[in-house]
Design a protein around this ligand. Sequence first.
Ligand SMILES: Nc1ncnc2c1ncn2[C@@H]1O[C@H](COP(=O)(O)OP(=O)(O)OP(=O)(O)O)[C@@H](O)[C@H]1O
Ligand SMILES: Nc1nc2c(c(=O)[nH]1)N=C(CO)CN2
Length: 162
Amino acid sequence: MSRPVPPAAAVVAIGANLGDTARAIDDAVRALAALPLTDRVRASDAVETVAVRLDGPDPEAPRYRNAVAVLQTRLAPSVLLAELHRIEAEHGRVRRERWGDRTLDLDLIAYGRVRSAGPALLLPHPRAHERRFVLEPWQQVDPDAELPGAGAIASLLAGLDG
Ligand SMILES: Nc1ncnc2c1ncn2[C@@H]1O[C@H](COP(=O)(O)OP(=O)(O)OP(=O)(O)O)[C@@H](O)[C@H]1O
Ligand SMILES: Nc1nc2c(c(=O)[nH]1)N=C(CO)CN2
């Protein structure tokens, strides 16, 4: 029999820049709240952000709507990530182009203090520390949060350009 997983605080970044982005974010938060073994889901407001491409911000690209949800879960990290992929697929995400436009993107930013070297699961998310579109909404729901290995999100935000 597998050992029960203790409850952990998980942080999920939500983004969308195609289709009805407001609805996609609302649906995603509802889907997170409906996950098994998961409760205390708290979501930030959704904010409009300029799309960041591999070569930098692109004001010509469809703007993103971004939010962050924090939750408590007993799902193991890999199981939670699989659930995030299922929710993405149910909301019509088909393209997996790196940093391309998408109807819904769910990234697992942190799972307690777990560190994972991937490649299927990298924890904490390796680019979260430099993403204002993640750190700002996260700060709204949990001002004192820390990104494991990187420090307080307030300090990370203070160190970002622009
Ligand atoms: N912490 C994580 N959260 C989400 N996906 C992850 C994580 N760690 C590894 N992955 C893997 O990364 C792969 C690519 O994910 P995805 O398509 O969401 O990337 P992306 O949104 O284009 O870029 P980025 O990862 O920079 O946000 C997925 O197959 C997924 O398994
Ligand atoms: N503004 C914004 N830009 C992005 C986003 C995102 O969520 N918001 N997600 C990306 C890949 O995950 C790439 N670029």
